[in-house]
Design a protein around this ligand. Structure first.
Ligand code: PGA
Length: 252
């Protein structure tokens, strides 16, 4: 019922040559991905090139963040409208690196989500607790706060169709320390239950929830076997084509 969605977040990695080779390989193989939805999120400067390279393959191309304002004096920033203008279809909002390194609050994340939806971009909304928050038993409180700040008041159909959630425990990102399938499933079920309570079971049943945090070829199968894990948002293991491609077999 929910289409698995495997997405590569390239962060500030790769260069033009590596990206071109990656896209050629993906173009060759994307047809074989079957039921799995694929996505890549390159740095801004390569967006238009990647859109062109993957046109017609069905692979989603998106940006890693955006500014909520439609235009203006924001040196160095890129508006959601401009992301859409170069042909990208998605944007990530609320990634923990944006929250931690660039001080984005729940309100900032919501502003980005709203502007993205308003100009026709679909959204990956990231939520996740830090290690001290988990150790203090605050995981549920933190992820539900981030989820509610990001989704309260949205139209249910928009949420189900145009928003993908990504549960990314901050302690698992880039650390090699993945959440166990049990830990991931527990939080995914919590997120889905909250959406069911606020938007109804039909919306919650359609919502795609990815897990992110040190997903690798060796652990993706166990994570994807969890009933509420519908895909992965992959950083490090999405940078090498062979490793990204091996994740694609695990759509269930
Ligand atoms: P990682 O990053 O796979 O390198 O842990 C995931 C992410 O930040 O989305």
């Amino acid at each position: 019922m929910r289409q698995p969605f495997m997405a590569g977040n390239w962060k500030m990695h790769l260069d033009r040559e590596a990206i071109s080779a990656f896209c050629s390989a993906l173009r060759r193989d994307a047809g074989g991905a079957g039921a799995v939805r694929l996505g890549v999120f390159p740095p801004f400067v390569y967006l238009a090139e990647v859109v062109a390279a993957l046109r017609g393959t069905g692979v989603v191309v998106g940006a890693q963040t955006c500014r909520p304002e439609s235009h203006g004096a924001f040196t160095g920033e890129v508006a959601a409208r401009q992301v859409r203008d170069v042909g990208a279809t998605h944007v990530i909002v609320g990634h923990s690196e944006r929250r931690q390194l660039f001080g984005e609050t729940d309100r900032d994340v919501r502003a980005r989500l709203d502007s993205a939806l308003a100009c026709g971009l679909d959204v990956l909304l990231c939520v996740g607790e830090t290690l001290p928050e988990r150790e203090a038993g605050r995981t549920a409180e933190v992820v539900l706060r981030q989820l509610q700040a990001g989704t309260d008041g949205l139209d249910g159909e928009t949420l189900a169709r145009r928003v993908t959630l990504a549960y990314e425990p901050v302690w698992a990102i880039g650390t090699g320390r993945t959440a166990t399938p049990g830990q991931a499933q527990e939080v995914h079920a919590l997120l889905r239950d909250d959406v069911a309570r606020r938007f109804g079971g039909a919306v919650a049943g359609r919502l795609v929830i990815q897990y992110g945090g040190s997903v690798k070829p060796a652990n993706v199968a166990a994570l994807m076997a969890c009933p509420d894990v519908d895909g992965a948002l992959v950083g490090g293991a999405s940078l090498e084509y062979e490793s990204f491609a091996s994740l694609l077999d695990y759509g269930n």
